[in-house]
Design a protein around this ligand. Structure first.
Ligand SMILES: [Zn+2]
Length: 458
């Protein structure tokens, strides 16, 4: 009998992996993400999933965030040789993200050799070479196209509006249809499309990250303007930890609007990421995944998504030179949860400075450095070194790429029937809260998924 097994992102937000097995014995993995956050959660990345990667026929990838694609190189290293189906925009985003992830892991392994008592891994989980193999296994699919080239199953990808290239998957097998949301985006955002409505499905596997919360009603662009003005009035530097692909471009778009309205002072904007130039280029290459074509929208003077005074620092020497800037600058640097990447060096440098401001703009998984700082920690450890927190630490929720409770309920309203629904990608409280709300409002049978649980498709 066909089944779904919840391997990752069940009861937690990260590590997205869901195994579909058909009656004929074909195996398709929906997403193959890394665990991020708490130490014992990240430790799960070092154990193979409870399915032999050699026996998986194919992977369908919802989008290029690390908690959805970050385990693919380890799967390939362990013998997975099948195709990885996803949109062409996600192929570009995930390739960038995975090479960066391999680089971070190789770098941390080098540091482990230098500092053996800091608890860092002495060998990388995977390397650049493993990512080369993943990239060779990617197979592009267009939004809206019915595809039948996957292990005898049919599938279709539609825009999820979460990040560039993100997709909702509809999968037909054993005379049943299953819909997997991946991560769902917001309604009415400036750059990305609304999540595509789905009318019919027998089964739904839906994310529920913000299942118990609403985003603030305020305009995030206005909030960002206030943060920039306050940070500049403190005569310091504003650091915004931000995923280089997508979120950074949304921030640049908002900064550009604020510059045009003269709502913020004339400041330099540093995009400190070796990925940023590629990320801009990816956005330009994929107007099919955006609300408008950015190259056609902005005229002369546009440096990045309509923003001015933007300097991209690619070389690490230029990144280090940013440490000398005392005031009048905004630094956008990855990663968004401060779980790795160049932003760690900025935080180590800026957190002890009382004039500086750190502003988080995305979801911070529990126990990440970002979550500790948001929680008001007065001292944190960065790459094993204790750092005092004297800078002003704040957050803006409105830039979240995830649908909130109201938006999730709005998306579920599109179904004409009552699909059997499982909620993934959330802490248990958020998933249960949304399950209760969907059950009450629409009469669906809804259950939060549990890790390791196998559900038969009847
Ligand atoms: Zn995501």
């Amino acid at each position: 009998m066909a089944s779904i097994t919840f391997i990752g992102a069940a009861g937690v937000v990260t590590g997205s992996k869901h195994l579909i097995e058909t009656t004929a014995g074909r195996r398709v993995l929906l997403d193959c993400g890394m665990y991020q956050g708490e130490k014992d959660l990240e430790a799960r990345n070092w154990t193979l999933p409870p399915v032999d990667p050699k026996t998986v026929d194919a992977v369908i990838l919802s989008h290029g965030h690390l908690d959805h694609c970050g385990y693919l190189p380890a799967l390939v290293q362990a013998g997975f040789k099948g195709p990885i189906h996803t949109t062409s925009a996600t192929i570009d985003v995930a390739s960038l993200v995975l090479y960066d992830s391999a680089h971070i892991q190789e770098y941390e392994a080098q540091r482990a050799a230098k500092h053996p008592n800091r608890g860092l891994h002495a060998t990388p989980l995977y390397t650049h070479d493993d990512v080369d193999k993943v990239v060779a296994q990617f197979k592009p699919a267009e939004y809206g196209a019915m595809c039948d080239d996957i292990a005898g199953l049919r599938y279709r990808l539609s825009d999820a509006g979460h990040i560039l290239g993100s997709a909702i998957t509809e999968l037909w097998f054993d005379q049943r249809k299953l819909t997997f949301t991946g991560d769902l985006g917001r309604y009415g955002r400036p750059l990305l499309n609304d999540p595509t409505p789905i009318a019919e499905s027998d089964y739904v596997l839906a994310e529920s990250t913000y299942g118990d919360r609403m985003h603030p009603a305020s305009d995030p662009q206005v909030d960002l303007g206030k943060v920039i003005n306050t940070a500049m009035a403190r005569k310091g530097v504003l650091v915004i930890p931000s995923f280089a692909v997508g979120r950074t471009q949304e921030l640049l778009y908002a900064i550009g609007q604020l510059q045009r309205d003269s709502s913020i002072p004339n400041v330099n904007v540093f995009v400190d990421s070796p990925m940023a130039i590629s990320a801009d280029a990816i956005m330009e290459r994929h107007p099919e995944a955006m609300r408008f074509n950015p190259k056609a929208r902005f005229g002369p003077g546009d440096e990045s998504l309509g923003a001015r005074n933007v300097k991209v620092t690619v070389q690490s020497a230029d990144s280090i030179a940013l440490n000398d800037i005392q005031s009048g600058a905004i630094i956008l640097s990855a990663s968004g949860m401060a779980s790795g990447g160049r932003v760690l060096h900025h935080l180590r440098n800026r957190l002890p400075r009382a004039n500086d401001t750190i502003c988080f703009v995305g979801f911070q998984a529990p126990s990440t450095l970002g979550s500790q700082l948001e929680g008001g920690a007065k001292s944190v450890k960065i790459l094993g070194v204790p750092v005092d927190v004297k800078a002003n630490v704040i957050q803006i929720d409105g830039f979240s790429a995830h649908a909130d409770r109201g938006e999730l309920l709005r998306w579920f309203a599109n179904f004409t029937g009552k699909p059997r629904t499982f909620l993934v990608h959330a802490d248990p409280g958020a998933a249960q809260s949304l399950a209760d709300a969907i059950g009450k409002k629409y009469g669906f049978t809804v259950t939060p998924a549990h890790a390791g649980e196998r559900v038969e498709i009847v």
